[in-house]
Design a protein around this ligand. Structure first.
Ligand SMILES: Cc1cc2nc3c(=O)[nH]c(=O)nc-3n(C[C@H](O)[C@H](O)[C@H](O)COP(=O)(O)O)c2cc1C
Length: 251
């Protein structure tokens, strides 16, 4: 291992960087308005309504202690369909807005450094009741799904973009989280990037726990082909790029 390179990556895990940031000069301190809570949507985009928080049907209620104790990663799924209610719940549990503080800040079901929530959630949907296969994006502000695109041969392409991990082709849904780093950089400048990575962990852990109530299993996935995954989603790879995935299916 190249020592210089190793030290650079270890540095990333430390908080030394905070001392290098002049917080009086961040975009926030300079009075620049915060980036929007979610990416803009085309006005004529096809949207799907999701079950509102608390109205979900068909969820079981494993107690929290059992859900935490039984949590495991799953790579083998049945062919059973995930319901839209179950998906609605898992989306709310991972990125749902619980209270809007102002135009640029909203509290969600997961914590985030400085409440910046620098993620968008895309879904590669293969087997959700009443929902065509495609790439969708969760709109937390409206609690809706937006159809982004319907690529052909989606299961195979998604697995290829996950470095050939074939279980991705057999899941009902793959959650694909991108980051828009600017949302975090607005407040933390170059101290933004480590906390984005930390935030992603909370999101995925909530998915593992929420999936237990939906009769689903989850496998977190950090090994993927950056270019292929970004291309599959249609994001630019610079101001928005994939950081983490999770396969979800019935078990
Ligand atoms: C950050 C992270 C990345 C992971 N990436 C992958 C992956 O790319 N492929 C995979 O099959 N499992 C992946 N996993 C799942 C781990 O292999 C799994 O969590 C580990 O073996 C422990 O098993 P458990 O989750 O059942 O406790 C990942 C887990 C985490 C937390």
């Amino acid at each position: 291992m190249d020592k210089k390179l190793r030290d650079q990556f270890r540095y990333f895990l430390k908080d030394t960087v905070r001392k290098e940031v002049d917080f009086s000069q961040t975009a926030q301190s300079r009075g620049i308005p915060p980036p929007p809570l979610q990416k803009p949507c085309p006005v004529d985009g096809k949207r799907i309504a999701l079950a509102a928080p608390g109205t979900w049907q068909g969820l079981s209620s494993p107690d929290l202690i059992t859900a935490i104790g039984d949590r495991r990663s799953h790579r083998n799924f049945t062919k059973d369909t995930v319901s839209l209610d179950e998906l609605s719940f898992m989306l709310w549990a991972t990125q749902g807005i619980t209270r809007k503080a102002n135009e640029g800040t909203a509290f969600r079901t997961v914590p985030s450094a400085g409440c910046r929530h620098a993620f968008e959630t895309y879904l590669c949907i293969l087997n959700v009741a009443g929902t065509a296969q495609g790439i969708y994006r969760y709109l937390p502000v409206e609690h809706q799904l937006l159809l982004e695109k319907e690529p052909g041969n989606l299961a195979v392409r998604a697995a290829e973009a996950a470095h050939g991990q074939t279980f991705i082709a057999r899941t009902a849904i793959t959650f694909i989280w991108t980051t828009l780093p600017q949302r975090m950089e607005w407040r933390y400048d170059i101290a933004a990037h480590k906390v984005i990575a930390l935030d992603a962990g909370h999101v995925c852990q909530n998915l593992y726990l929420a999936a237990a109530a939906a009769g689903c299993g989850v496998c977190a996935v950090a090994a993927y082909d950056q270019q292929k995954m970004d291309k599959l989603l249609g994001v630019d790879g610079e101001d928005e790029f994939t950081v983490y995935l999770a396969a979800v299916g019935k078990i």
